[in-house]
Design a protein around this ligand. Sequence first.
Ligand SMILES: Cc1cc2nc3c(=O)[nH]c(=O)nc-3n(C[C@H](O)[C@H](O)[C@H](O)COP(=O)(O)O)c2cc1C
Length: 202
Amino acid sequence: MSHTTKKRLTVGISGASGSVLALELLKSLKEMPEWETHLVISKGGVRTLEHETHVTESQLTDYATRVYDREDVGANIASGTFVTEGMVIVPCSMKTVAGVCHGYSDNLLLRAADVTIKERRKLVMIARETPLSPIHLRNMLSLAESGVVVMPPMLTYYNHPQSIADATNHIVGKILHEFGIEGKNFKRWGTDECVTPLRALS
Ligand SMILES: Cc1cc2nc3c(=O)[nH]c(=O)nc-3n(C[C@H](O)[C@H](O)[C@H](O)COP(=O)(O)O)c2cc1C
């Protein structure tokens, strides 16, 4: 049994492009008092975060309930006895895809993902690379066959995004949906809100 009434989500940030997706996800969850976020960022994740955003590693404590040292493979989230609703790796590099696929848990992010799978909890991987090699595709197929939700951060046009913020918000909404959470301004197909077609780009 959990010792908290709050729902916990483990969040891993690895070194693929798209670290803003993690920041927006964490910001959304921070507004939900019933959720706690337990964050670990890989070395590659720090490099991309600091390249792509104005947020530094030390500022991540403003975004998550708790931030863990990636080398601390004995932290809470490394154990199945620490109850969570699951884990999301956002964005997820092909190196981290390979590590999770092969159970090669040499940092806390990989260990937490391994634990999520062994405990039969939901693991969502926002796997990002393009183009994808046969190695990447084979690893992702193997993960999907183990019950992992492999969700590349694909652009979506049917909801008429007007900006990168809209496109980002849609992917964050898809991640939240996996954990039964309705994202703010998430436009679902079949609602009347999608009424502004994209302007021609040229
Ligand atoms: C700016 C930048 C962008 C990168 N984007 C990607 C990417 O989209 N996908 C990917 O698999 N690797 C990408 N990489 C390479 C990974 O960061 C690198 O393979 C790293 O070792 C991954 O380690 P990690 O999974 O432990 O974070 C990128 C690296 C940099 C510096």
